[in-house]
Design a binder for this molecule. Structure first.
Ligand code: BEZ
Length: 228
């Protein structure tokens, strides 16, 4: 009989599942050691594979940018710590890709041989594989709440500029109570939340100019947002 993989995808707004895991940086306890920080928890199918190698090099070369955004990275695959270490050493010593070389991956990479974490986060999807995690990305806020998730197939690498962009967008939504339009980039205008009553709708349109707000209609208003 085919074995069922018991695996549920936790969703936006839920508390991110807690775990203790062995990693390339020692044992980590999530969320206890990450309180007050954003976390990007991401899975990859396997060590020593080409797409994953390009992803790790790209992410590692952006790690300082994520640090500045108060965001820690945690990788995961269903491989051993020895395999992770050997792969990360190979990347540093041998792989040159798109101008990146000598890349040190110093964020923790979970060795999830028992698939405990992968199952908690719905990273093992049996229609794809029951031994390799799909390319999942979880954005977890400083309170440990899942705020966004992305899932990509085994064959296609993720867009790390998009991962950074949506993190910045969510941080600004939290800080300023605004939304962001399609394809928003830091520095562009943001969306003021729509008014909740007829009175506020009229007031919004009447006072928009004075407040530096541009309205295309009463429900669709934009304002500049300076990003430090
Ligand atoms: C890769 O990372 O290259 C890869 C991993 C699993 C399936 C296909 C590609």
């Amino acid at each position: 009989m085919e074995q069922q993989v018991n695996c549920r995808v936790p969703v936006i707004g839920e508390q991110a599942p807690a775990f203790t895991a062995e990693t390339t940086q020692g044992v980590i306890h999530f969320p206890d050691e990450y309180k007050g920080k954003w976390v990007i928890l991401f899975s990859h199918p396997a060590d020593f594979t080409p797409v994953c190698t390009t992803e790790f090099m790209t992410f590692a070369s952006m790690e300082k940018e994520f640090d500045r955004l108060n965001c820690k990275l945690i990788g995961l695959s269903i491989d051993s710590t020895y395999s992770h270490i050997a792969w990360l050493r190979t990347i540093k010593e041998k792989i040159k890709y798109k101008g990146m070389e000598n890349i040190e991956i110093d964020f923790p990479v979970i060795s999830d041989l028992k698939m405990d974490v992968a199952k908690k986060y719905g990273m093992l999807q049996e229609a794809t594989s029951d031994t390799q995690a799909v390319r999942a990305v979880f954005f977890i806020d400083p309170k440990g709440i899942i705020r966004a998730l992305l899932y990509y197939p085994l064959s296609n690498g993720r867009n790390f500029q998009e991962i950074k962009r949506i993190l910045i967008a969510m941080q600004n939504s939290d800080a300023h109570g605004v939304a962001t339009p399609a394809d928003w980039q830091p520095g562009e205008e943001v969306i003021v939340p729509p008014p909740g009553s007829c009175g506020t709708a009229k007031e919004r349109v009447d006072t928009a100019d004075q407040e530096g707000i541009t309205c295309l209609d009463w429900f669709m208003c934009f304002k500049p947002l300076k990003i430090e």
